[in-house]
Design a protein around this ligand. Structure first.
Ligand code: PLP
Length: 480
């Protein structure tokens, strides 16, 4: 197979579009051609097996222990999804195989086409691109869509509004797309301060990015009012869907007034992530934005066959090579089909129930800055323990010794000494009790003998890194 890369050309909306297709030979510039033969390592099969087996044994994962890392949705990834992704007809596909060959790629295109429809149904949007390779990449794609919309209307927009509770990727994505960031504080109820929002919204507002429920695990019941305020100035409302696990099957961002959403397939729809695998951050839009979506897009012809369509002159262009992380999309597709409509709803209900169970169990031991019903995660503060010299990071180290992955700490930034716990729906009550018991033991030790935290963890092959040195000198050996 030979490749042709067409020269980048500016798309109508200002972003460059590169098109790649099957055809003539690719001309690799001579500076990039290898001069000498490549030397591969020479190792036996046994060496390789031992190396990777030992690496796998060092891995801390959802398959080995509870992993309540807040905002990351480290739920159990059922093995049937791996089976689906391992089917040879999928796993052995090459992205440049001819589209119309029914024996080869029509099935893969059908999966992409149906995934677009399924995600649209789940989120209440009209069309999706499956190409973004992670949540943050979805955000950047979403903000580029916003920019394309405003350019097409001749709107002069300079800033994007983001709450102070947002994940750091939100302002980063908006800034990379060329916007200024306007930060809105969180109010006493733990949601966006509506009065502050009204003061900052003006004709320069391109849009707002909102995580819902937010990173405090709280649902903002003013979300429709927020959307209306932004729409009044012809801004667009972006839904950071990293927390969709709290409401899938129960509420749809599209019905709440959002124009653009991204979904973290690797969080909500069960794929190993973080150190364990790649992500996928599909972006969905309402009809009026669909002409800006990245190319290629999968279409279904009248005769029932599927094809990749590049003919969208207003598109923001390519944002990833080929068609996204197909293996991740496939696993999420298998997961959605296996759970079905009722199963997805039940998953989110159990995620919320489990988080509230943990919250109630720990309330007496840790400060709870926003004491109200939470969604799929709850955020405590170790400020009470801090008075004894025990910080959130010390509690995290204590948990490592109990075989428990620590919760997210020091995030969201607006909570001092934050401990952000997301148990997910896949943990049993027995496991939740073990987690709660370990955190209660940490709180009691902080009361009785705070000095004991200083050299934790004790069960790891390496001792605690010098964090000050690590922060000040990036070249330093962490574990020296
Ligand atoms: C995880 C997360 C993101 C970013 O997603 P990645 O796939 O890690 O890039 C964005 N927002 C929130 C609230 C998140 O939890």
């Amino acid at each position: 197979m030979q490749l042709i890369f067409e020269k980048s050309r500016p798309g109508r909306c200002g972003f460059s579009i590169t098109r790649c297709d099957v055809g003539q030979e690719a001309k690799i510039p001579s500076p990039y051609l290898r001069k000498k033969e490549c030397l591969w390592p020479e190792v036996s099969e046994l060496d390789v097996v031992r190396h990777f087996t030992q690496l796998s044994q060092r891995n801390f994962s959802v398959d080995t222990n509870i992993y309540p890392l807040g905002s990351c949705t480290m739920k159990y990834n059922p093995k049937f999804t791996e089976k689906a992704a391992g089917i040879r007809g999928f796993a052995d596909l090459h992205p440049l195989l001819p589209q119309l060959d029914h024996s080869l790629v029509q099935g893969a295109l059908e999966v992409l086409y149906h995934m677009d429809r399924l995600l649209s149904e789940i989120t209440g949007m009209d069309h999706f691109t499956l190409q973004p390779l992670a949540g943050a990449h979805g955000e950047l794609t979403g903000v580029m869509l916003m920019a394309a919309y405003h350019r097409s209307k001749g709107n002069k927009k300079t800033h994007i509004i983001i709450p102070d509770a947002a994940h750091g990727t939100n302002p980063a994505s908006a800034a990379i797309a060329g916007y200024d960031i306007v930060t809105i504080p969180t109010d006493k109820k733990g949601v966006l301060d509506l009065e502050a929002l009204k003061k900052h919204v003006n004709s320069q507002t391109a849009g707002l990015m909102l995580t819902c429920p937010n990173t405090l695990g709280l649902f903002d019941s003013d979300v429709d009012k927020i959307a209306a305020i932004i729409h009044d100035v012809d801004g667009l409302v972006y839904y950071d869907g990293a927390n969709l696990n709290a409401m899938m099957g129960r509420a749809r961002p599209g019905d709440l007034g959002f124009d653009i959403v991204h979904v973290n397939l690797h969080k909500t729809f069960a794929t190993p992530h973080g150190g364990g695998g790649p992500g996928s951050g599909p972006v969905g839009v309402k009809e009026h934005l669909s002409r800006f979506l990245p190319i290629s897009r999968v279409i279904k012809a009248r005769n029932g066959s599927y094809a990749l369509d590049y003919d969208y002159p207003d598109s923001i262009g390519y944002i990833a090579s080929f068609y996204g992380n197909f293996g991740v999309i496939l696993k999420a597709y298998a997961y959605i089909l296996m759970l079905g409509k009722e199963g997805l709803k039940e998953a989110s209900e159990h995620a919320v129930l489990n988080a509230n169970y943990i919250m109630e169990k720990l309330k007496a031991y840790y400060d709870l800055p926003f004491d109200r019903r939470c969604m799929h995660e709850c955020v405590f503060s170790a400020s009470r323990q801090e008075k004894k010299g025990v910080h959130a990071v010390d509690i995290a180290k204590f948990l490592i010794d109990q075989g428990i992955h620590p919760p997210t700490i020091y995030f969201p930034l607006i909570v001092k000494e934050a401990l952000m716990i997301e148990p997910t729906e896949t943990e049993s009550k027995a496991e939740l009790d073990i987690l709660a018991q370990a955190l209660i033991a940490a709180a009691q030790l902080a009361d009785d003998d705070p000095a004991r935290f200083k050299d934790l963890p004790k069960t790891m092959p390496i001792s605690r890194p010098d964090e000050v040195k690590a922060a000040k000198d990036i070249r330093c050996n962490f574990f020296a």
